[in-house]
Write a protein that binds this ligand. Structure first.
Ligand code: 13P
Length: 344
C-alpha cells in the first residue's frame, strides 16, 4: 500500500476507538518482525525511528528497505521520526522520505516550543507529512537500563494543551500523564482523569509514549478515553534479548543468523499481542478480502465508502525525498523566521 501519513489513520482510529501501535525500528529484524505482525493481524502500523537511536540505524541507509516493504505490504505503513530534537533532524527526515514526524521541544520554554513546532508543522504539511509534538515532559529513556518514575510537575497542563494545539496546528499531541520511557520504577499510575480532560480540551488524537510496562487493562482504558497512538519499544527489545540469550544457552551450534531469526520471530509475537490490546488488529483486510469493519474502513484497499477520502498518500515529491528546490524554499523560510524572532 505504500507509506502514508497518520491523518486518515487517526480519523479511522477515532471513529472506531482504537490506538495505532508505533514500534521503534533499530535494525532489519525489528522492521521485518513488526511488519510480519501487522500483516498477520491485519493492522495498520507506525514504524518509529528515534533520533536517540541514530547510532544504531542510519535513516538514509534503511529508508529504501522500508519504502520497498511498505509498497509490498497489504496494510498501511507510516514511517515516523520519533523525538526529532532539532529542526535540522526534521529536515533530514523530510528529505529522506518519512511520512510523519514527531518534533520534541518539550524541554524548552512553552513559547519556544510553540514557535518551533509551528515552523515544523508548516514545513511538514507543505509536503504532506503529519506532525506530532509533545507538551509536558515524558521522562526516562527508551531502551535505557535505568527505571524511571513519572513526576507530576511535568504532567501536561490542559489549558496549555488547548493553546498549544490551536497555535501550532499539530495533528497529534504526545502527553505526560504518568507515563515514562523505558522501565518503570514501581507500578505505572496513569492519570485517567487527566487523559479525559486533555482529550476534551485538545480535541485531537492523543499519543502515549512509554508503552513498556503498562498493563493491558490500563492500555484499554487509556484508549477508551482517547489515546490514538501508543509508542512501544523497551519491552520488545528486552524480550528479543531474552530470546536470543535462551537460544544461545540451548544450542551450542548456533550462528548469528539463527539468533537474528529468533529475534524477528519473537518481535512479531510481541507486536501482534500489543496490536490486539490496542484494538488495531483486524481493522484492515488483505487486498480483495471483505474488510472486518464492514466496508467503512479508511485504511484498506477493499473499502471505498464516501466517508473515506482515501489514505492521505504522500505527494510525489515525498516518498522519494524532497526536491532540492523545495528544500531550499523550506530552509530559507525557516532561516527567515529565526532571524525575525531574533530581531523582535
Ligand atoms: P518504551 O520504550 O518505554 O516502550 O517507549 C517507547 C517510546 O515512547 C518511543 O518514543
Amino acid at each position: 500500500m505504500g507509506l502514508v501519513n497518520t491523518i486518515d489513520l487517526f480519523r479511522h482510529a477515532e471513529k472506531h476507538s482504537y490506538a495505532l501501535g508505533a514500534f521503534n525500528v533499530v535494525s532489519l529484524e525489528f522492521l521485518n518482525g513488526i511488519l510480519d505482525a501487522a500483516e498477520a493481524v491485519k493492522s495498520p502500523v507506525i514504524l518509529n525511528i528515534a533520533e536517540v537511536h541514530f547510532d544504531y540505524v542510519d535513516i538514509e541507509q534503511i529508508y529504501p528497505a522500508i519504502k520497498y516493504m511498505a509498497d509490498k505490504a497489504c496494510v498501511p505503513v507510516v514511517l515516523n521520526l520519533d523525538h526529532g530534537m532539532s529542526i535540522e533532524t526534521v529536515v533530514r527526515a523530510l528529505r529522506c522520505g518519512f511520512s510523519a514526524v514527531m518534533y520534541d521541544a518539550s524541554k524548552k520554554p512553552l513559547e519556544q516550543n510553540i514557535e518551533e513546532t509551528r515552523l515544523v508543522v508548516k514545513m511538514a504539511h507543505s509536503v504532506g507529512v503529519s506532525v506530532e509534538a509533545e507538551l509536558g515532559r515524558v521522562g526516562g529513556a527508551e531502551g535505557g537500563a535505568h527505571a524511571a518514575k513519572a513526576r507530576c510537575e511535568f504532567f501536561t497542563d490542559p489549558d496549555e494543551a488547548e493553546r498549544y494545539v490551536a497555535e501550532t496546528g499539530i495533528d497529534a499531541l504526545a502527553v505526560s500523564v504518568g507515563n515514562v520511557h523505558g522501565f518503570y520504577d514501581g507500578e505505572p499510575e496513569l492519570d485517567f482523569e487527566l487523559i479525559a480532560e486533555l482529550k476534551r480540551r485538545a480535541g485531537i488524537p492523543l499519543v502515549l509514549h512509554g508503552g513498556s510496562g503498562i498493563s493491558d487493562d490500563d492500555f484499554r482504558k487509556a484508549v477508551s478515553l482517547g489515546m490514538r497512538k501508543i509508542n512501544f519499544f523497551t519491552e520488545m527489545s528486552k524480550i528479543a534479548t531474552d530470546r536470543v540469550r535462551e537460544t544461545l544457552e540451548r544450542s551450542e551450534h548456533c550462528f548469528i543468523q539463527d539468533l537474528l531469526k529468533e529475534a524477528r520471530l519473537v518481535i512479531k509475537e510481541v507486536v501482534m499481542d500489543r496490536m490486539r490490546v490496542f484494538g488495531s488488529a483486524g481493522v484492515c483486510s488483505q487486498a480483495g478480502n471483505i474488510c472486518p469493519t464492514g466496508g467503512s474502513c479508511a485504511t484498506c484497499s477493499s473499502c471505498s465508502t464516501p466517508e473515506r477520502p482515501g489514505n492521505t498518500r504522500l505527494p510525489e515529491t515525498t516518498g522519494q525525498g524532497i526536491s532540492d528546490s523545495q528544500l531550499s524554499d523550506i530552509v530559507s523560510e525557516v532561516v527567515k523566521n529565526i532571524l525575525n524572532q531574533n530581531n523582535s
